[in-house]
Ligand binder design. Structure first.
Ligand code: ADP
Ligand code: ZN
Length: 722
């Protein structure tokens, strides 16, 4: 590269590539993170290969000099290629993808220490509600003033007041303090022969240090985690870093303790609720190579690992790997691409793989490793259907008699039960008995969900909240509001009626909102202090409770409504995963599924425990629909705060649609959530043959259309649901 001028990919989507002069005596390499002047302001940029970022050349004399080169390792070529691939594949601006790498480091340019605050033990001169809230929010931890303001909802000036009174005391935190080292040989388990065979194959692949995608397909409780831990150990022995992607990071306390038991130290964690000091510390340790194993949510995929040796995506079918905002990517797919560019093995582990993943394995693109049975001789649970058209629970009840009987039976035997309903809160809809008024979100086309435990009505899309009023806001009648339909809180009430002596725990993101809460729940369940767990999809994975012998699925049909193309697969996965929580110890498990459609292929396959039957039926219907893996889908989402503006923009796009043999355009039509967070949304759907150059078509099509500034146009390649 020329020594005296560089081209930058700048972290601003509105700008193209920019050229700068390298000041005398400064040396920069490709991938260096630099600060450059832009008008009167500054921008952060990454030094990029000129030929990958074509732009009109700027005359030498007009170039301005770089201001500084940041003290972080340059972004490696492998990651630069991944950034390019991701932007290209998901039709997103390069800078938006690069920002996930750079901005994720938080204050890359900050000082070596940061000031956090903890409770000194002293009390304020006068206790106020705000001060009380701030103190409660800190809860034995420490945080910066800004983080504490965010956590507690108390203003920074109130917090400064507490600092001045000595209630909060400062702690200087060294940003680069080291992490404890993991050991490959800390507590090595005895693997079963079938586990040993799978582990051996993975260990071999790690040793070969080249791209090798695996589908680790094993029933729940077969020891998938135990097996890929051996691959992690192999990477540690080779001095390479490991990335383990997990879905719900808040619930990984059990995973982290298990990891610590095997490797003698906790891994480095990465997720959205990390404090800024921890974020910076982790980013820098990952870039320097000091962080050996990173366990993270999908965003951990874009971190600048110094020497990656293995990527694991656990519960690889999970929908939370799909990012639905900004750059709409699927971390499962990008993980495979990262493995490709880095030249390392990638393991997708699941008991219920996505059809696309199975297809890749069946066509030989992924190597399939199978663990067909549970570890230690535990049996798969028995599954029975309860036909709700015949066994109707009474008015205002949702648990049918056969399930009630089993719940009573487990309580008598001192065993634990789990009831699954994927709906937070008490009731999904509240209406007025007198005038029919329904509580709706002002920002979204959605009902407000009653949360009785916290006494609020909340929108699950935008977070809008109000207190439930005493009288109807429309007709003014008192005592006229009725809850319609069940949420987990209401099911918990019903359990309390059936089993007044049972200790019931509601497990949702509302009640388990921190790793500490998750740990508390696990400890209580393990100690036998909980008889019945009522939970959402949060309880469908990861837990291993040997005394849990009954799983009840309250409404297996819930996910099938709406005609979504992936509805059947998602239902299958959810129910199979939650069923997998039953009978993991010595005692056999039983699963009761309540349904109004016992003959639907997905329900019948669940009842028969016949996974192949389900995948065959699903494969057929996908083939007919031209859906993945046989065809491809993409969505174009047009939104604006102004309804007419959104509609007109969508129509403008629709009017210039391409007419092609291999790409069909449907719409525009109002999107399923036609109003979301105050923005009106229209959508066009594209269905394409596998061979179509879908991204190229979209880019050429959308590139030629101008919209008013209030309009946003987003592209969703391989949309998860529609
Ligand atoms: P999966 O990830 O497939 O659901 P896990 O790895 O969580 O399965 O294993 C299920 C349970 O069996 C865990 O409690 C795990 O500790 C235990 N287990 C699995 N394999 C072994 C083994 N080889 N030795 C001891 N315990 C094992
Ligand atoms: Zn809303």
């Amino acid at each position: 590269m020329p020594a005296n001028r560089v081209r930058l990919l700048v972290m601003n989507a509105a700008l193209g590539p920019l050229d700068y002069r390298v000041p005398e005596g400064v040396e920069v390499r490709y991938g260096a993170v630099v600060v450059a002047p832009l008008g009167p302001r500054q921008v952060t940029g990454i030094v990029w290969e000129e030929e990958h970022l074509p732009t009109l050349p700027v005359p030498e004399a007009k170039l301005r000099p770089l201001l500084s080169v940041l003290d972080v390792p340059p972004i490696r070529a492998e990651l630069r290629r991944l950034i390019e691939w991701t932007a290209d594949y998901y039709v997103a601006p390069l800078s938006a993808v690069a920002r996930m790498v750079i901005a994720s480091g938080g204050a890359l340019r900050g000082p070596a220490t940061m000031t956090e605050y903890r409770l000194s033990g002293g009390l304020p001169e006068r206790m106020t509600a705000q001060r009380e809230r701030a103190i409660a929010a800190l809860d034995g931890e420490q945080a910066t003033i800004r983080e504490l303001a965010g956590l507690s909802g108390v203003s920074e000036s109130v917090l400064r007041g507490l600092v001045n009174q000595g209630v909060l005391e400062p702690v200087e935190v060294d940003v680069d303090r080291p992490y404890p080292a993991a050991r490959a040989d800390f507590d090595v388990p005895d693997l079963s022969p079938e586990q040993a065979e799978v582990a051996g194959r993975l260990v071999e692949a790690v040793g070969e240090a080249r791209f090798a995608p695996f589908l680790l397909d094993g029933v729940t409780g077969s020891g998938k985690t135990e097996t890929y831990f051996e691959a992690v150990a192999a990477a540690l022995r080779h001095g390479r870093q490991v990335l383990v992607l997990l879905p719900e990071i808040a619930l990984t306390q059990a995973f982290l303790s298990r990891f610590e038991g095997r490797f003698g130290a906790s891994p480095v964690t990465w997720h959205s609720s990390l404090k800024s000091t921890e974020r910076r510390r982790a980013w820098r340790a990952i870039a320097s190579g000091e962080a050996q194993v990173v366990v993270g949510a999908r965003s951990a995929l874009f971190l600048p690992y110094a020497a990656l040796g293995l990527i694991v995506v656990d519960e690889a079918h999970e929908i939370s790997f799909k990012q639905e905002e900004g750059v709409r990517y699927n971390a499962r797919d990008v993980a495979v691409m990262r493995g490709h560019f880095e030249g390392v093995p990638v393991v997708l582990a699941s008991a219920t793989p996505a059809l696309e993943s199975l297809h890749m394995a069946d066509t030989g693109i992924y190597e399939k490793l199978v663990l067909p049975s549970r570890f230690g001789g535990a049996q798969m649970p028995d599954v029975r259907l309860i036909n709700l058209t015949e066994e109707q629970p009474g008015r205002g009840a949702w648990i049918a008699e056969p399930l009630r009987r089993e719940l009573r039976d487990r309580l008598e035997k001192g065993e634990q039960s789990l009831l699954f309903l994927n709906r937070r809160g008490y009731a999904p809809l509240t209406l007025c008995r007198n005038c029919g008024f329904r509580f709706q979100c002002p920002n979204c086309s959605a009902w407000l969900v009653e949360h009785r435990l916290s006494r609020r009505l909340a929108c699950h899309h935008c977070g809008h909240e109000t207190k439930p009023p005493e009288t109807c806001p429309e007709c003014g009648e008192p005592d006229c509001l009725v809850a319609c339909g069940p949420g987990v809180e209401r099911i918990a009430d019903e359990v309390a009626e059936i089993l007044p002596d049972a200790r019931v725990a509601v497990v949702t993101s509302d009640t388990i909102h921190s790793p500490a809460k998750a740990a508390e729940f696990v400890a209580m369940t393990e100690a036998g202090a909980i008889d019945v767990i009522v939970g959402t999809q949060l309880v469908t994975k990861g837990f291993h409770f040997p005394e849990l012998t009954l799983v009840g699925v309250i409404d297996a049909d819930l996910g099938l409504e709406g005609g979504d193309l992936r509805a059947a697969e998602r239902t299958y996965q959810q129910v199979a995963q939650v069923a997998g929580r039953a009978g993991r110890g010595a005692k056999p498990g039983e699963v009761l599924i309540q349904t109004r459609h016992p003959d639907a292929p997905v329900i019948a396959a669940l009842a028969a425990g016949d996974r192949d039957a389900f995948y065959e039926a699903e494969t057929d219907s996908r083939r007919h629909a031209g859906a993945p893996p046989f065809g491809r889908w993409a969505a174009i989402i047009v939104s604006s705060e102004d309804e007419a503006e959104a509609r007109e923009a969508a129509n403008r796009i629709g009017a210039t649609r391409p007419y092609l043999d291999d790409v069909h355009v449907l719409g525009p039509a109002p999107a399923p959530l036609a109003l979301l967070r105050g923005r009106y949304r229209y959508r066009l759907l594209l269905n394409a043959r596998r061979s179509a150059e879908l991204q190229k078509v979209i880019r050429a099509w959308l590139g030629g259309i101008n919209h008013p500034p209030g309009v946003r146009v987003g592209v969703d390649i391989d949309p998860y649901s529609f």
